[in-house]
Design a protein around this ligand. Structure first.
Ligand code: CDP
Ligand code: CDP
Length: 221
């Protein structure tokens, strides 16, 4: 029988969600779905088209005419209308604007429907902000992964430095805190731990330790 286990991982930026979700998915033979990549892809297209990011109608119409594909593999590819944007959606420019696009109810409705469809076909590990609360409230196991803002900014700084970006750490902490604030205070699907989620603070945990903890929980949901 195919493994239909459904794992939801939510939490703020840089908590380690995607790193950990990929490893858990690989160990258990589940499909990994990065929902943040979908909001990032819509944001990239909106920036390219020079849309007003406060215009909810235009952003919703844009999401409706956008095709996003997540191609599974060693390095999951993100295709925007057929174009590989895997790297470009992680740029500081997209990170700075994505929360404005993600707070638009019409954009969320369109992407949530696509996410549910993907998860209806197979077992998944899905990460994001509203997976345990809204997208997959029936998930077998829900994790809320967090870490201090400083630790999360340090992790993101290391990543960006490796990609050749110059980092102002104070500015990065401020940007992460601003994004957390918008994500946690928006009207639709704010970032919040589901009542039945297990909270894991990864500030002082290695990636391996977090993965082990989640695998243990899945063994005893
Ligand atoms: O990787 P990082 O944690 O920086 O962000 P991400 O998971 O790629 O998500 C980027 C942004 O998309 C978040 O800051 C949220 O504004 C939005 N998002 C969301 O609203 N709901 C989700 N399920 C996933 C992401
Ligand atoms: O998806 P999210 O924004 O929550 O975080 P991520 O992109 O998976 O992780 C951000 C960075 O933190 C990556 O470079 C990870 O290697 C690192 N990390 C870590 O150093 N320690 C952990 N316990 C988890 C992640």
């Amino acid at each position: 029988m195919r493994n239909k286990t459904c794992v939801a991982i939510d939490g703020p930026a840089g908590a380690g969600k995607s790193t950990v979700a990929k490893l858990v998915a690989r160990q258990l033979g589940l499909l990994y779905i990065d929902t943040g990549a979908m909001y990032r892809a819509v944001t990239l297209k909106a920036l390219r088209e020079g849309l007003d990011l406060t215009d909810h109608e235009q952003l919703t119409a844009l999401a409706r005419r956008t095709k996003i594909e997540l191609v599974p593999g060693a390095k999951q590819l993100v295709l925007l209308d057929g174009e590989d944007v895997t790297e470009e959606i992680r740029s500081p420019e997209v990170s700075r604007h994505v929360s404005l696009v993600a707070k638009v109810p019409g954009v969320r409705a369109i992407l949530v429907e696509q996410q549910r469809r993907m998860a209806s076909e197979t077992g998944v590990v899905m990460d994001g902000r509203d997976i345990g609360t809204v997208v997959l409230p029936q998930a077998d196991i829900k994790i809320f992964l967090t870490a201090s803002a400083e630790e999360r900014a340090n992790r993101r700084a290391k990543e960006l430095a490796n990609k050749g970006y110059t980092i102002d750490i104070a500015k990065l902490i401020k940007e992460i805190e601003e994004r957390d604030y918008i994500d946690s205070h928006r009207e639709v699907s704010p970032l919040v731990a589901a009542a039945d989620a297990t909270i894991i603070d990864s500030s002082n945990l290695s990636i391996d330790e977090v993965v082990k903890e989640i695998i243990k929980l899945i063994g005893n949901p």
